[in-house]
Design a protein around this ligand. Structure first.
Ligand code: SAM
Length: 267
């Protein structure tokens, strides 16, 4: 873990400008009526969460619109579920073949938020991306939802609808995302979560203060009921042969996730 400092909130690079905060909803206390709540309307006139032990995500979406700083509701609103920080007692532990890893001392129910991917929010062009930094998360909501190369995502107990919120925007998803989160030198516990071909977490893009999907927050949610001490993992979503070394040669990395249907390579 050398050369890294823990941080709890995104460190915005100087050349990244977050859009202005949106006006939000006019609800009071906690948002309850999806017909009148402006934020629920953005989620298809529905709340993405159910009010159960601090909120659980009902299904994965291309993007979840949460209430934000200018909304009338308070901090306990169900539509702020991902904003309340890490709720479970998480531990970083050492594995024989994958380096550090993360597990929870407590049971995590399916749909519960686990943690946000925190690090430096930077322009992709400013990173040493493909080369040696293993802690970069590309912000690409559409790609994240679909899984790369048409590969189906397995989300356990949390269902994935077949709708595509960004129809007609296919070209964009082929290009390199403009922004990414670099947790190489600063970040939270998410940087220690390993890849699995049969993961128990999934990635969910969340918008709360502004509505620019290119700068969405990246949250990890439980895909299954996760028993205590089980390693937490998500699908990194790399397409095979998509990563190149400094010389341009295709780089490969063996996968040691141990799943029955492991693809044998991370990339
Ligand atoms: C974001 S870091 C995860 C934490 C990392 N294990 C550590 O010790 O800091 C990603 C790196 O972890 C390792 N890794 C993650 N999942 C793996 C897997 N399923 N098989 C092999 N190595 C893995 C790879 O070296 C990868 O580049």
């Amino acid at each position: 873990m050398e050369g890294y400092t823990y941080c709890k909130s995104l460190q915005i690079a100087k050349n990244v400008k977050l859009p202005a905060n949106v006006s939000g909803c006019n609800c009071q206390g906690t948002c309850v009526d999806p017909r009148t709540c402006a934020c629920a309307k953005l989620n298809g006139s529905d709340f993405p969460y159910v009010q159960l032990n601090g909120g659980r995500l009902i299904e994965a979406r291309a993007v979840v619109f949460e209430c934000g700083p200018n909304c009338g509701c308070g901090p306990g609103c169900v539509n702020r579920t991902s904003q309340r920080g890490i709720k479970h007692r998480l531990e970083v532990f050492r594995t024989p073949k994958k380096g550090w890893a993360v597990r929870s001392w407590e049971f995590i129910p399916a749909g519960a938020p686990v943690c946000e991917y925190i690090g430096a929010l930077v322009r992709t062009e400013d990173t040493d991306h493909v080369c040696e930094n293993n802690y970069i998360f590309d912000i690409d909501c559409l790609q994240t939802m679909r899984g790369l190369g048409g590969r189906e995502r397995r989300l356990g107990d949390v269902s994935v609808p077949s709708i595509n919120c960004f129809d007609g925007d296919d070209q964009k998803s082929e290009s390199v995302p403009e922004f990414c989160i670099d947790a190489g030198s600063t970040g939270n516990i998410a940087r220690f979560i390993n890849h699995s071909c049969e993961p128990n977490l999934f990635v969910q893009c969340v918008l709360s203060s502004h509505h620019d999907v290119k700068l969405a927050r990246v949250m990890l949610f439980a895909a299954d009921n996760i028993p205590p001490m089980q390693e937490l993992t998500y699908d990194y979503g790399y397409a095979l042969d998509s990563v190149h070394g400094p010389s341009g040669k295709i780089k490969q990395m063996p996968c040691y996730c141990g799943a029955a249907d492991c693809r044998k390579r991370l990339f």
